[in-house]
Structures are given as C-alpha cells and as structure tokens.
Design a protein around this ligand. Sequence first.
Ligand code: ZN
Ligand code: FE
Ligand code: FE
Ligand code: ZN
Length: 268
Amino acid sequence: MLADYHMHTPFCRHAHGEPEEYAAEAVRKGLSEICFTDHSPAPAGFWCDGMRLDEFPAYQEAVFRCRESAAIPVLFGIEADFLPDPDFLAFARQWLPAQPFDVVLGSVHIIRGWVFTHGGESLEKWKTVDVAAVWREYFDLVGQMADTRLYDIVTHLDAPKHSGYWPPESQIPEIVQPALDRIAAAGMGIELNTSGLLRPCKEIYPSPLILNLARERGIPISFGSDAHGPQDVGRYFDQALKLAKDAGYTHCLRMRGRKKELVPLPGG
Ligand code: ZN
Ligand code: FE
Ligand code: FE
Ligand code: ZN
C-alpha cells in the first residue's frame, strides 16, 4: 500500500472537493495514508499560487478535521515554493519551521519571474528560450533550495519538461547531477509525481534516467498525485510503483512531524 503525499484543497482556488472526499477516495484506492500539501502562502509582494497567509489557520483546521473522521492517517503538509530572494527566504526561515507540518514539499515554479509550468501565455515562452540553459538554471535553483535545509522532499523534480521541451538526453546527467548531490547532502527526498502523465511531457516526474541517478545517491522517494480534486488521489500509482522498482528502489518514505523513515515498497 502506497501513501499519497501531494494533494491540494480549495484553499488554493484552483482545486475542488472537501478533504474528506480526498480521504474517502484514498481509502477506496487502497492507499495507506495521505498528506495534504496545498500551495503555501507567500509574504506580501511575492508570486503565490495558494492561500493567503490569513487563510492558513482555516486550511490547518480543515485538514485536522478530516484527520478525525478518516479511516487512514491524514498528514498535514504544504507545497512551499523556493525563490532565491532574501526577503522571501527570511519569511520561509521563520514561518515554515513554526507550523506543525508532517511534510514540507519544496517546489521551484519560477525562474527569474517566469512561471514556467503554468498558464497558456507563460508557456509560449518555451518556444523562444535556450532549453538547456533554462534547465541548467532551474536545477541550480533546486540545489539552492536543498542548501537552505528548509524543505523535506523536492516535488516534480524535472518540472522544466512540463511543456515537452528537453535538452539533448546526453546533457541531462551533467545538468542534473549537481542538484542531486546537494539534495543527497541535505538528506532530502524526491517525489514521483504522476501528474506529469497529464502534461504535454506525458511522463511521471522525474524521468527514469534521473530517478536512476537519484537512486545511485541513496536519495529516498515518496509518491504524489498532485491531486486538485478527489478523483485524482492515487492516480497512476501503479505506473509510479513500477518506475520506482525498475530504478532499483525497494523502500519509500514515511513521515511524521518532518521526521523521515523508510518503509518497504508494496509487493516486496
Ligand atoms: Zn495547484
Ligand atoms: Fe507544484
Ligand atoms: Fe502541487
Ligand atoms: Zn504542484
């Protein structure tokens, strides 16, 4: 039985369904536990795909309420952005450790003001950029995120493939390995995020190639659907489990109060 450690709620304004409906779907699909990880609030003046700071207590309350009635463990988490900005990081350094989270996912959705994973117009820009250079810049940001030690698990690790723009495959190890080394040094995990199957790239984040490089470094994994509605919970987890096993993984992460432990993957 796998756990789904990535799901959103209506607090982000682009997801739908009550937390209880997500939990019921998880039980129906035979998941062992779930973690809500809605998009985090940001300090004033910064891009934010999520709730306002003053809505955070209601988010926490909704997840804790769900936990009381759910038939499986319901964890409390957040999908927190990383921006290389001193004011943003001052907020993150003070705010993230002060909340009672089980899991803090770390995401990079923005490169120098460009939201490269969202929105029609913003995605047009992929046609005009040096793809390998963007990938390089993105993975350097992921490395900087790991260096902060503020996050537990990198979500959608190869997010720049979202719109179907890859550098030549021969360049990918050299682009990705420095970030993986920094993730490993930080003791972070990475997530197998199945929502990539629904994007133009049509594959799970990260690719088999990158997952193999992560496994070589002993980086642990979690599973996430990135559900934005109850029906998405645990979606394509059969494919994610196969991807993990094909890369040589035998265990995945289980978290409580931001402490990691490893549990065997289902089916040995
Ligand atoms: Zn979202
Ligand atoms: Fe994300
Ligand atoms: Fe997400
Ligand atoms: Zn996401």
